[in-house]
Design a protein around this ligand. Structure first.
Ligand SMILES: [Zn+2]
Length: 177
């Protein structure tokens, strides 16, 4: 198994705390991405969608995962399990420093996740305190904040998967670095 950290960044204009609408562990937020087979290298043509609240049984009959898929080319089975509790909202300060915020960890077997796509189902706070529901599927967002009397917006969305290692901590929760 390999752990992949999905992190993201964006240019925020008068906005902060960009995150899925129900928080970083939003049970209903749909993660769309493609899968690259670790056996034959084939990249799935269709995007796959995983949601943390949806689990399917593993082919072995033992346990569940958020996704079980067979490579169309070589037929090998793979699975993906999401690990909640490691995400953080993207703040305006991080955005200004062009830093990435952690979003979700994927325990991936047989496949490498790639090509993440932003979907609907995000929210952000304006500096004047208004909350905006944001659809990022078009790649950007722009509004006028009446309370703060200024434009608010999101652009230059980026996301990346990187391999991380699990460090077990006694008495605390696992850390992925
Ligand atoms: Zn394959």
């Amino acid at each position: 198994m390999v752990y992949y950290l999905l992190s993201f960044s964006a240019e925020l204009e008068n906005l902060t705390d960009l995150q899925p609408r129900g928080g970083c562990d939003d049970p209903a937020y749909p993660y769309y991405f493609k899968l690259k087979c670790e056996n034959c290298g084939e990249v799935s043509q269709k995007e796959t969608c995983v949601v943390i609240s949806e689990e399917v049984p593993l082919p072995t009959g033992r346990g569940t995962a958020n996704l079980v898929q067979k490579c169309k080319l070589c037929g090998r089975d793979g699975s993906i399990q999401m690990i909640a509790g490691h995400g953080q909202p993207l703040t305006l300060e991080q955005s200004q420093k062009e830093e990435f915020a952690k979003l979700m960890i994927f325990d991936s077997r047989g496949f490498e996740p790639t090509d993440f796509s932003f979907a609907d189902g995000w929210k952000a706070e304006s500096m004047a305190g208004s909350t905006y529901n944001v659809d990022l599927s078009a790649g950007e967002f722009a509004e006028y904040d009446e309370k703060g009397a200024c434009p608010v917006g999101i652009s230059n969305l980026q996301a990346k998967f990187s391999v991380v290692k699990k460090q077990e901590r006694r008495g605390g929760k696992d850390v992925f670095l």
